[in-house]
Design a protein around this ligand. Structure first.
Ligand code: C2O
Ligand code: CU
Ligand code: CU
Length: 573
């Protein structure tokens, strides 16, 4: 029987009291623990093997008249149970019930249509808010109506059909919830997964298959019964004492004596990391948020905030069998650290036979790939805009405004209105000493020109869509507003900041007061699960990019055999 709203609010109330009871000692930046677990339930580093989320299979594939494939995928957002801490179960929310969600892999030029069903409880079982969702594919130049606009929500029992064009160069993307005001708690509860876009350049240069390993790093705190705890310190941020990689606490992974590729996604809602190998050896950074860098960069440590992705190569051939190499976290200013937050995971080098087939198994690549973002020059810019990130009367603001003002304007208020294909420089300033902000701009990849007048860090010299704007920092970003017309969000990716209310939007290529064929809320509505969506609604984006909207006729000429139904809720680890 469904819970009544009143009951749900009561349940929520208990949850909130429970969360406050966690009482993180905030005055100190380093403490023993945030979790209230009994010591026998408290996970310890390097006890569990790393698991890699399953790769999602398409339900079917059709080939359009243009010869291009469209894969149909289906995901159910459901409540699930995960085994994260020893001896206890943790209620989570997950894509197909698992945390992190399954990985989607696709080749450049093949479109994806994703049926995203909301079969979550009506209200969050612990925190009581209404579980409407909006799914964003972070790193994709999707049309606005498929971009996970915060107020384009899908309620319980409804399905939204998302379309992803995949015309961009190879990159590590991720899909996650983006629902207005509740993104932080919904992503923290588990609504996040990786999405890998492949292309030939990348397939010829970098390790593939089992040597191409997604590492989704997050942090959590637990209540005594094993449930997730939540305390965002009046929207400053949440800092858990347990580090999870692909949903398991401080896992270990057995590796051969060869080169591996790791796609590191920081899916923490607030925490930033400064990663380093315990050996002090450098790693080779080959990819940033928007894909391959022009050239590989060797770094001994790097700073990575929420939503940033770095693809790194580690050469284990230089270590003897039996050696343990740890991935550690040196931390950054304005994080709260605990006993074991300095550790992430361990790689155990084995004496197993070494598979040296495939690209970059034994030799590090040096020259990688150019990209639009990295070939832009400041002289192409037609406009420089300034934006400040700051806290005003307890509310986080971006460019002096909040998402609430966007809502109150009927979604018309914009921070910028470049023309389609304009190149601009955005100068983003964080003058505070008290917090850092990972700023994310939807739609575009950008080049970081400078930070406080200096060159960006070596590992940032690739196409980016999130920039770490540290304490007292001003960054200059260069970008081209290509691909689509319409309104897109820009926000801080410290998710409690985003939710309260550090988000705005910009409009590309048209006046926001005119009717918008790609209206992010109105253009494609969710429909009841199991019903065919209304015909003619969805605009299809051509797989070659640019223009926005318009007809892509795809006649099914060959339907693949329907994939086996997804097993019910694979539970991590
Ligand atoms: Cu990863 Cu607008 O977010
Ligand atoms: Cu995004
Ligand atoms: Cu912020």
């Amino acid at each position: 029987m469904p819970v009544s709203r009143r009951q749900a609010l009561q349940i929520g109330g208990v949850g909130i009291i429970g969360a406050m009871g966690l009482a993180v000692p905030l005055s100190s930046v380093s403490a023993k623990s945030a979790s209230l677990l009994d010591p026998r339930n408290m996970p310890k580093p390097y006890q569990q093997a790393l698991t890699v989320p399953p790769v999602l299979k398409p339900k079917s594939t059709v080939v359009g008249t243009d010869g291009k494939k469209t894969h149909l995928y289906h995901i159910e957002q459901t409540a699930g149970m995960a085994s994260i801490v020893p001896g206890l179960k943790t209620p989570i929310l997950g894509y197909n019930g698992s945390f992190p969600g399954p990985t989607i892999k696709v080749n450049q030029g093949e479109r994806i249509k994703l049926e995203m069903d909301n079969v979550l409880p009506l209200f969050h079982p612990q925190w009581g808010y209404r579980l409407d969702t909006s799914t964003h594919l972070h790193g994709s130049a999707s049309l606005p109506q498929f971009d996970g606009y915060a107020n384009d929500i899908t309620g319980r029992g409804m399905c939204k059909d998302y379309e992803y064009p995949n015309f961009q160069p190879a990159r590590t993307l991720w899909y996650h919830d983006h629902a207005v005001h509740n993104t932080a708690q919904s992503v923290y509860s588990g609504l996040a997964g990786q999405y890998h876009l492949h292309d030939e350049v990348e397939q010829n240069l970098l390790p593939q298959g089992q040597y191409d390993v997604p590492l989704t790093v997050s942090d959590a705190m637990f209540a005594r019964n094993g449930a997730l705890g939540y305390n965002d310190n009046t929207h400053s941020g949440l800092w858990g004492d347990v580090i999870l990689v692909n949903g398991a606490p401080w896992p270990y992974m057995k590796v051969q004596r060869r080169i591996y590729r790791f796609r590191i996604l920081n899916a923490s809602i607030s925490r930033s990391y400064r990663f380093q190998l315990s050996t002090g050896d450098p790693v080779t950074v080959v990819g940033t948020d928007g894909g391959l860098m022009p050239s590989a960069q060797q770094v001994t440590s790097w700073r990575q905030a929420g939503a940033e992705r770095y693809e790194i190569l580690i050469d284990f051939s230089k270590y003897p069998a039996g050696k343990r190499v740890e991935l550690r976290n040196l931390s950054n200013k304005n994080n709260v650290d605990y006993d074991n937050t300095g550790r992430i995971m361990a790689f155990d080098v084995t004496g197993d036979p070494v598979d040296t087939s495939g690209p970059a198994a034994t030799v590090m690549p040096t020259l990688l790939a150019g990209s639009t973002a990295m070939s832009l020059t400041p002289s192409q810019s037609v406009k420089t805009r300034q934006m400040r990130l700051k806290r005003d009367n307890g509310i986080w603001t971006i460019g002096g405004t909040t998402w609430d003002e966007v809502i109150k304007s009927g979604y018309k208020k914009v921070l910028a209105n470049p023309d389609l294909n304009d190149v601009e420089i955005w100068e983003v300033e964080n003058s505070s000493g008290g917090w850092f902000h990972p700023l994310h701009i939807h739609l575009v990849d950008f080049q970081i020109l400078s930070r406080n007048g200096q060159a960006p860090f070596a590992y940032e010299r690739g196409p980016k869509d999130v920039v770490y704007v540290g304490e007292g920092e001003t960054v200059r970003l260069l970008m081209k507003f290509e691909h689509n017309r319409g309104r897109y969000m820009i926000h801080c990716h410290n998710l409690p900041h985003e939710d309260h209310d550090m988000m705005g939007q910009f409009s590309v290529g048209y006046n926001p007061n005119e009717p918008d064929p790609n209206d992010p809320i109105e253009a494609v509505k969710p429909h009841p699960i199991g019903q065919v969506p209304p015909a003619g609604g969805a605009a299809t984006q051509p797989a070659e990019s640019t223009g926005g909207g318009g007809g892509g006729s795809s006649e099914p000429t060959e339907a693949a055999a329907p994939a086996a139904p997804q097993p019910a809720a694979p539970v991590t680890p």
